[in-house]
Design a binder for this molecule. Structure first.
Ligand SMILES: Cc1ncc(COP(=O)(O)O)c(C=O)c1O
Length: 393
């Protein structure tokens, strides 16, 4: 390791809380699906910094929009109107499924989920929220209390009251809880951290029908699945979800290509219950974030990234058939879980040695692949060759 690299690592370890297990990589520069480290090495990034680099690293259209906005106005809050905000909101609504016509901007995924739950409580006058085993919704108090995955609720003690747990994919477990105390059912439509788990299409349809019958707000946490990751703009409305559209979609991660931003997309019906000063955050809707949102959506559109995700997913799935140790490939688009017969962590580590960055999950046998939406077939070949080298054919 060169001196500059070990210096950076030592300094960060000295001055930052050790809350993450880090890879021994000092990321200096990014371009598309590549990360360049301070020691001159380059890495194929199939993780995108926790699924954030949807448009790839430093997409020129996004960089230009941020630069241009930064020379005009860095920030002003929602007390004034802003062309950057107006156009970002308009663009986001233009790609959203039809009844979702209003936006609320915040700064992260957990905050989007907190606000979505609050809106559902305001819209229904009820308190309880049903979420699912294996779902992850964030680390602030209400969102972590809605997270029935691993140790998260434990970390968040004392938990916020009003959270009920159902089993993902099991509609009877939801029906049993969905009484007149329930404001919302919230789910990750593809459970990413749990190891990329999907339910069958009729499950999503049954949730919609249950919500309609009992006056419950349906919330899709699309913090990971949104903004093109599945090869559609959203899981909402997709065939895999039987065309179901929720009342609220929450977004973050890839929405700003790396500039922190979260959002709720909301129907008119829910929006009609939200009044002045019911929700707010200083930084939500700031100009830099808004420029990044609009440019991110434009870049995905201009470069045909949704079609690319679908085409390259299919190529990747074909090539993965060569790797006999993979017992199943879960998920959709560029949110894939490669299930191995044995533990995935040593494979993740060996791939890193070969300069390929992937992700693990809370399922020890699942390796997660969440690449930028511009990943090409040549890079798939590099990945599958590296994987074959690690596990053998
Ligand atoms: C599905 C989902 N929801 C919510 C969150 C929380 O987002 P953030 O870390 O931006 O608060 C995450 C983060 O990993 C997530 O994957």
């Amino acid at each position: 390791m060169i001196a500059e690299t070990s210096d950076t690592i030592a300094r960060e370890e000295q001055f930052q809380l050790a809350t993450y297990k880090k890879m021994p990589v000092v990321a200096e520069r990014g371009e598309g699906v590549w990360i360049f480290a301070s020691d001159g090495e380059r890495y194929l990034d199939l993780y995108g910094g926790h699924a954030v680099a949807g448009t790839g690293h430093c997409h020129p259209h996004v960089v230009a929009a941020i630069r241009e906005q930064s020379e005009k106005l860095l920030f002003y809050s929602n007390l004034v109107y802003s062309d950057a905000r107006a156009r970002a909101a308009e663009k986001l609504v233009s790609i959203a499924p039809a009844p979702l016509t209003k936006t609320f901007f915040c700064n992260s995924g957990t905050e989007a989920n907190e606000n979505a739950m609050r809106m559902a409580r305001m819209a229904t006058g009820r308190e309880n929220i049903i979420t699912f085993s294996g779902g992850f919704h964030g680390r602030t108090a209400d969102a972590i209390s809605a997270t029935f995955l691993g140790k998260y609720r434990e970390i968040g003690k004392p938990n916020v009251p009003g959270h009920l747990r159902a089993e993902f994919g099991d509609i009877d477990s939801v029906r049993a809880l969905a009484d007149e105390s329930v404001a919302a059912i919230m789910l990750e439509p593809i459970q990413s951290m749990a190891g990329v788990k999907m339910a069958e299409p009729p499950f999503y349809r049954a949730l919609r029908e249950l919500c309609d019958a009992r006056g419950i707000v349906l919330i899709y946490d699309e913090v990971q699945t949104g903004v093109g990751r599945t090869g559609d703009w959203f899981f909402a409305g997709s065939k895999a979800g039987d065309g179901v559209i929720p009342d609220i979609i929450t977004l973050a991660k890839a929405l700003g290509s790396g500039i922190p931003v979260g959002a709720c997309l909301v129907t008119e019906r829910v929006a009609s219950h939200i009044k002045e000063n019911d929700l707010g955050t200083t930084f939500g809707g700031g100009m830099i974030a808004m420029a990044a949102v609009r440019a991110t959506l434009e870049a995905i559109e201009n470069d045909g990234m949704l079609a690319n995700v679908r085409e390259v997913e299919s190529y990747l799935r074909d090539r993965l058939k060569e790797v006999a140790q993979i017992v199943n490939v879960r998920g959709r688009g560029f949110l894939l879980g490669l299930e191995f017969a044995d533990k995935a962590k040593p494979i993740h580590e060996a791939l890193l040695e070969l300069h390929v960055i992937t992700g693990t999950s809370s399922d020890p046998k699942v390796l997660r692949v969440l690449p930028p939406l511009c990943l090409g077939k040549d890079e798939v070949d590099l990945f599958v060759d590296a994987l074959s080298q690690v596990v053998g054919h």
